[in-house]
Design a protein around this ligand. Structure first.
Ligand code: ATP
Ligand code: MG
Length: 401
């Protein structure tokens, strides 16, 4: 029986962190991939899993690391075509086209790469196991074997997993407890914004986000925040500038609402904003602010596809709806921050001061904040403290159309 030893005296051996060189990915990982650890990267078909992995591999290979892609779904030629899309292909970036776990294992043991990416883990087969490729048993057995080899050889291993449209991780859900880190890549199929999140991370914080734009030659990093920062006003009702806190970042976001008379039972459509918050805000607008919405369809979204689901954007979303319903234009130099309570009151939000810094940086001149917040003054930013949502609607109405 091993004797318990003091934690204080225990050597911390977390493995070497390898910055991938893809800054937005390293940000999510808290520095980089960890040698000997396994990361699951999953997302919907076509979202950009293979592209992101290839960019990280390419960047590490350019820095001189030996990097191997185990292509379990595509031929080496298909991989090469994709790799060329991203630019010059470094010499140390190698590919093995196989879906056999034992072969993948042997490649890792023999070549000891710094990074191995398996695309995808769902396509791997362990001949010693029953079940077809992609079955939970097969996927789990393959992942467990490769994790063990990665640990023994100090290889950073990335497993790519598929997720179906309804969000169920096909097979790889069973892997969440097998791997050290779980990254999800999110994005609207029709939009170009991609958000990478750490859902589980044994070596750092979770909840951090990385932002990318899908362009013709791969994923472009967005270290500066959102894709479409609020700019000069469109001069139409229903558009409000806010800022959402996601992980440690404060991201400017344009909230848009449209209110239209309904022909049947009213539709309420929330895209990239929370449908629960939308329902609550519609009730508060009617009950506390006298905004008539009963017979109307209400659509709410963010411009550019950035998710803004936390309560800090409540006041901006409610103001966007009021502005659309009543028909006034909210000034483009005004940003709005605040959670809304059922009594129609504005409640303080987390991380207010960094939200203020972000909107100022983006050119806001005035910002609505909940009254009583602990505020640091930001040079050049005029703070409008409001106690109630109805006061926000009043403060934002200099122009009537
Ligand atoms: N060689 C290429 N040239 C142009 N566009 C490409 C190329 N390869 C991929 N794309 C595009 O890039 C986007 C992301 O593709 P990618 O293959 O990285 O997604 P994925 O998440 O790995 O998809 P899958 O689930 O099918 O493996 C897709 O919209 C795809 O059409
Ligand atoms: Mg792919």
């Amino acid at each position: 029986m091993p004797a318990p030893t003091p934690i204080l005296a225990t050597r911390i051996d977390d493995g070497l962190t390898l910055p991938t060189g893809v800054g937005e990915l390293d940000r999510v990982l808290g520095g980089g991939l960890v040698a000997g650890s396994t990361t699951l990267l999953f997302g919907e078909p076509g979202v950009g899993k293979s592209t992101l992995a290839l960019q990280a591999m390419r960047s590490l290979a350019m820095a001189g690391s030996v990097v191997v892609l185990v292509a379990a779904e595509e031929s080496a030629a298909q991989v090469a075509r994709r790799a060329r899309r991203l630019g010059p292909v470094p010499a140390d970036l190698a590919v093995v086209a196989t879906n056999d776990v034992s072969t993948a294992e042997q490649v890792i043991e023999r070549y000891r790469p710094t990074l191995v990416v398996v695309d995808s883990v769902s396509a791997l087969r362990d001949e010693g196991m029953s079940g077809s490729s992609g079955s939970v048993n097969q996927v789990r057995a393959a992942a467990e074997r490769l994790c063990a080899v990665a640990k023994a050889t100090d290889t950073a291993l990335v497993l790519i997993g598929h997720v179906t449209k309804d969000g169920e991780l096909a097979g790889p859900r069973a892997l969440e407890h097998v791997v050290d880190t779980v990254l999800r890549i999110e994005g609207d199929r029709h939009g170009s914004l991609r958000v990478v999140r750490a859902l589980k991370h044994r070596f750092g914080p979770t909840g951090e986000v990385g932002l990318f734009e899908m362009v013709a030659d791969g994923l472009r990093e967005l270290p500066d925040g959102s894709l479409n920062p609020p700019g000069p006003g469109l001069d139409v009702p229903g558009v409000v500038w806010s800022v959402t806190n996601d992980g440690s970042r404060s991201l400017s976001v344009e909230i848009q609402a449209l209110v239209a008379s309904s022909t049947g039972s009213p539709r309420r459509v929330a895209h990239q904003v929370s449908s629960q918050r939308l329902a609550l805000l519609l009730a508060v607008l009617e009950a506390r602010c006298g905004v008539e919405l009963g017979g109307s369809d209400v659509f709410a979204t963010t411009a550019g596809g950035l998710p803004a689901v936390e309560p800090g954007v409540d006041a901006a979303l409610a103001l966007a709806i009021a502005s659309a319903a009543v028909g006034f234009v909210v000034p483009a130099n005004l940003a709005v921050v605040g959670e809304v309570g059922l009594a129609g009151e504005l409640r303080p939000v987390s991380g207010l001061n960094r939200r203020l810094t972000e909107v100022r940086r983006r050119g806001a001149e005035r910002v609505v904040v909940p009254a009583g917040s602990a505020l640091e003054s930001v040079a050049g930013l005029d703070l409008i403290e409001c106690r109630r949502l109805v006061d926000v609607i009043e403060a934002a109405q200099p122009v009537t159309v």
